[in-house]
Design a protein around this ligand. Structure first.
Ligand code: CP
Length: 317
C-alpha cells in the first residue's frame, strides 16, 4: 500500500504513488456505482460523522452517499442546530463526538488549518472536506480522476486554472496534485485574484486569458469566492465575464479536444458561459460530480484499511 496515512488532510502529504492508488481504487467504485446493486461492505460496522461548518451541496451529498454505499452508519451533524450556536468551541464539539467512538470524521470549516487541528485531538480518521483557502483534497482527487479518464494520463498535460485563485482551496489542492503528477499549470486571472506568490507553487501566471489558454489540454474555471473576499477585487461582473469568462471564442484558443471543468457551484454568465457549461462535447462538469462519489468511497475505504492495520494485534504487540 502506498497510501498509509491515518487522515486525509491535504494533497500536500500525498506521494504520486498514493495519489495513483486512490485513483485506481476509485475506478473500481465508478464501475460499482454504475451498476444496479451499488453496495459494498468496506465500511461495514464503522460510524461516519459529517460535520459541515460551511454550506455544501456536492461534497456533503457525495460523502454521505459514499459512506452509505460502503455500509457505514452515516450521521450528518446539523451545525446550525448544534451547541456551536451556544458558544461551544470546535475542539469541544469534536471531543464530544470523539467520545461516541466515530471511525471517520468528515469536516468542512471556513478557517484554514481548523481540520488539521481537529485531527490532532480525535482518535478517528479525519477527512478534510475543505478548510478555508487551504485545501480541498478530495476535490483535487476527483478532478484528477476526471482528467485521467478523459486524457488517459496525468503527466505532461497543460492545465489552465482560471479565475479567483487567491481565495480558492480547490486551486491550491489542484496545483499541488498536478505538479506532483508532472503536469504544467497555468493560472489565469486579474492580478488581484492571482497573486504572484502562486508561482512559488510551480505555476505560470497569466493575466491575459487568450495567452494563458493557448494550447491547453484542460481548462478549469473557478467561481469568484465572494464569501472570502473583503473588498472590491473586480470592477464589475459584466466586465469580468468579458475579460475572464470562458466562452466558445476563448475556448477555441485551447487544444481542439480540451475539456472544460468547474468544481461547482457555478455562476453562469460570470466565470463561464451557460451553454458551454452544458455542452457535453466539451464540458465534463457532471462527470466531475460522478467521480466525487467514487473518489470519496476510495479515500474512506483506504483510511479504514489503514485504521484496521494499525489496530491489528501484530502492530499492537
Ligand atoms: N466543489 C464543491 O466543494 O462544491 P460544494 O461546495 O457544493 O460541496
Amino acid at each position: 500500500m502506498s497510501f498509509t496515512d491515518r487522515h486525509l488532510l491535504g494533497i500536500e502529504h500525498l506521494s504520486p504513488a498514493a495519489i495513483t492508488e486512490i485513483l485506481d481504487l476509485a475506478e473500481s467504485y465508478v464501475t460499482l456505482n454504475r451498476g444496479t446493486a451499488k453496495h459494498a461492505d468496506a465500511l461495514a460496522g464503522l460510524t461516519q460523522v459529517n460535520m459541515f461548518f460551511e454550506n455544501s451541496t456536492r461534497t456533503q451529498a457525495s460523502f454521505e452517499i459514499a459512506g452509505k454505499r460502503l455500509g457505514a452508519d452515516v450521521m450528518n451533524m446539523s451545525m446550525q442546530a448544534s451547541s456551536i450556536k451556544k458558544g461551544e468551541t470546535l475542539i469541544d464539539t469534536a471531543m464530544t463526538l470523539n467520545a461516541m467512538h466515530p471511525d471517520l470524521l468528515v469536516v468542512r470549516h471556513p478557517h484554514s488549518g481548523a481540520v488539521d487541528l481537529l485531527a490532532q485531538k480525535v482518535n478517528c480518521a479525519v477527512l478534510n472536506a475543505g478548510d478555508g483557502r487551504h485545501e480541498h483534497p478530495t476535490q483535487a482527487l476527483l478532478d484528477a480522476l476526471t482528467i485521467r479518464r478523459a486524457k488517459g494520463r496525468l503527466h505532461r498535460l497543460s492545465v489552465a486554472i482560471c479565475g479567483d485563485i487567491a481565495h480558492s482551496r480547490v486551486a491550491r489542492s489542484n496545483i499541488l496534485l498536478l505538479n506532483r503528477m508532472e503536469s504544467r499549470i497555468r493560472l489565469i486571472g486579474p492580478p488581484t485574484l492571482v497573486p504572484g506568490h502562486f508561482a512559488e507553487l510551480g505555476a505560470e501566471i497569466y493575466d491575459d486569458m487568450r495567452e494563458g489558454l493557448e494550447g491547453a489540454d484542460v481548462v478549469m474555471m473557478l467561481r469568484l469566492q465572494k464569501e472570502r473576499m473583503d473588498g472590491g477585487f473586480i470592477p464589475s461582473e459584466r466586465e469580468y465575464f468579458h475579460r475572464y469568462g470562458l466562452d466558445p471564442e476563448k475556448l477555441a484558443l485551447a487544444k481542439p479536444d480540451a475539456i472544460v471543468m468547474h468544481p461547482g457551484p457555478m455562476n453562469r454568465g460570470v466565470e463561464i458561459d451557460g451553454v458551454l457549461a452544458d455542452d457535453i462535447n466539451r464540458s465534463v462538469i457532471q462527470e466531475q460530480v460522478e467521480m466525487g462519489v467514487a473518489v470519496r468511497m476510495a479515500a474512506m475505504d483506504l483510511l479504514a484499511r489503514n485504521m484496521r492495520a494499525a489496530r491489528s494485534p501484530e502492530v499492537m504487540a
